[in-house]
Design a protein around this ligand. Structure first.
Ligand SMILES: NC(=O)c1ccc[n+]([C@@H]2O[C@H](COP(=O)([O-])OP(=O)(O)OC[C@H]3O[C@@H](n4cnc5c(N)ncnc54)[C@H](OP(=O)(O)O)[C@@H]3O)[C@@H](O)[C@H]2O)c1
Length: 214
């Protein structure tokens, strides 16, 4: 697929871009600064990753069929608002976690209950927003030769969009499951601060989740 990663110059975006390009997808890295995204694309292509290009966020979204929102929560609403016209027709995977630094190990429920719900509220009820990937640390994604010992939950109200998202997420090298309606993003996003607490408390490495019984 043609996949845009808005904020793809960041820690999480880097790993997704590398893994998707290696899996045969065409990846468009987006940034507020086109040059920063182009430089990142050059850097990642140099690893032999495949088809990765970079440009500004709006350009990246316009190239793609599926868009991943990968920006800090503080920039989330503004970013969605600025890309609204082009996001409306595309499948969106929102990986944003509403963290409030420095207390990133404490659950923070935003005004709209979840970042993904806030994105949908900005874009309108027909927007194909899928919330996912909040539990996969960049420390696992970044090295494409490293097996990710972690499952992924994805939720959304458009079943067809969730299925497309699940397929693309599985191409990162993880198991991925449909976790219900977009309202469940409240639970998914709220689990991340708990995982960050566990990572610190037990000196773990990007603590994630594994489902049993499925
Ligand atoms: N890191 C993880 O392990 C992890 C795991 C699961 C979920 N997440 C979630 O994934 C999202 C991205 O995480 P990350 O660690 O990749 O974040 P990051 O590296 O801090 O930021 C990602 C990108 O967002 C853009 N950005 C930063 N500040 C911005 C602003 N004020 N306005 C607009 N764009 C801004 C930057 O791109 P440009 O400067 O190039 O525009 C930056 O490279 C976050 O919501 C995070 O909660 C992260």
């Amino acid at each position: 697929m043609k996949i845009a990663v808005v904020g793809g110059t960041g820690k999480e975006g880097r790993g997704m871009a590398l893994r998707w390009a290696k899996a045969g997808h065409q990846v468009y890295i987006g940034s507020r600064e086109a040059e920063r995204a182009s430089a990142k694309a050059v850097e990642l292509r140099a690893t032999g990753a495949g088809a990765i290009e970079g440009g500004d966020n709006a350009w990246a979204v316009r190239q793609a069929e599926l868009v991943v929102l990968s920006v800090p929560y503080a920039a989330h609403a503004q970013t969605v608002e600025s890309l609204k016209a082009d996001l409306a027709s595309r499948i969106i995977i929102d990986i944003t976690v509403p963290l409030v630094p420095p207390n990133v190990r404490t659950v923070h429920l935003p005004k709209g209950q979840a970042a993904a719900l806030e994105a949908r509220a900005i874009l309108g009820p027909s927007a194909k927003v899928v919330a996912a990937l909040q539990h996969v640390s960049s420390s696992h994604l970044g090295d494409p030769d490293h097996a990710i010992d972690c499952d992924v939950l994805a939720c959304g109200d458009d079943d067809a969009a969730v299925e497309v998202a699940l397929g693309v997420i599985r191409d990162l090298g993880v198991r991925a499951f449909h976790a219900g309606p977009l309202a469940n993003a409240v639970a998914l996003e709220s689990l991340t601060p708990v995982l960050l607490h566990l990572t610190k408390k037990y000196k773990g490495q990007g603590v994630g989740i594994r489902l049993t019984g499925v």
